[in-house]
Design a protein around this ligand. Structure first.
Ligand code: CDP
Ligand code: CDP
Length: 220
């Protein structure tokens, strides 16, 4: 599969990775991997089962045997549609906590590699360009200021019918940044050779066009 092109899009929470990666994949007719969803699915399963969040081995087992299925933008867990449920803040916060565990990260590697299929893949997350697809044809590090990201997340939650409080969101976002950038394994850093794109004052449309332009230059 090493000949199949991969575009890796990494960045902090609410920087627009999902939105941009999804649209780039659509434009190119590529597959799309939302790696964060795998951590969220593991978190949702653990929360439902009441798994001890310090029990690395139990969590890794859940991750390794996730009965998940992705089709047409819907995310199924053992045939239940959990697309919206996994976006809840509690699930995101739990995902960010269990994502520091090496056992959990290892358990999700082969599932992620399996998304690399012809004609190509756009993968978004924290370690797509550094760990999972280090030979990706294009690596992008998408970022935005803390206030811009908090505002985006706030709007998204309200639009989806969740309740949201700006002060809590800012605190959660900073705590998540802290954990993502300071964990010992697969910390959030721009991969070597990554193009950094700060979208604080940029629409998603312009971000998508920029990534497509970069890809066109390397795909030649
Ligand atoms: O929406 P947000 O960017 O907050 O999160 P996400 O991409 O859905 O991922 C949920 C959590 O999983 C993040 O807070 C990360 O800590 C973790 N994650 C990770 O460690 N590695 C990845 N490749 C993707 C997500
Ligand atoms: O995946 P990640 O957590 O990085 O972000 P997301 O779920 O794609 O959320 C980003 C939100 O900000 C979406 O509602 C986008 O419409 C909006 N947005 C963006 O993605 N990019 C911009 N340049 C501006 C806004």
């Amino acid at each position: 599969t090493s000949h199949i092109p991969v575009i890796a899009i990494d960045g902090p929470t609410a920087s627009g990775k999902g939105t941009v990666a999804h649209r780039v994949a659509d434009k190119l007719g590529f597959h799309y991997l939302d790696s964060g969803a795998l951590y969220r699915l593991t978190a949702l399963t653990a929360l439902r089962r009441g798994t001890d969040l310090r029990d690395e081995h139990a969590l890794a087992k859940l991750a390794e045997h996730l009965p998940c299925h992705f089709s047409n933008g819907e995310i199924l867990l053992a045939n239940e549609n959990v697309t919206e449920q996994i976006r809840a803040e509690e699930v995101g916060n739990t995902a960010s906590k269990i994502a520091v565990l090496p056992t959990v990260r290892h358990a999700l590697v082969s599932l992620q590699l399996g998304f690399r299929k012809t004609p190509g893949l756009v993968a978004d997350g924290r370690d797509m360009g550094t760990v999972i697809f280090p030979h990706a044809q294009l690596k992008v590090f998408l970022t935005a200021s803390v206030p811009a990201r908090a505002q985006r997340r706030y709007k998204q939650l309200i639009d989806k019918g969740f309740s949201a409080n700006m002060e809590d969101l800012l605190m959660d976002l900073q705590a998540r940044d802290e954990r993502d950038t300071h964990r010992a394994i697969a910390p959030l850093v721009p991969a070597e050779g990554a193009h950094v794109l700060d979208t604080s004052a940029m629409t998603a449309d312009v971000a998508v066009e920029t990534v497509l332009k970069w890809y066109a230059a390397v795909a030649k």
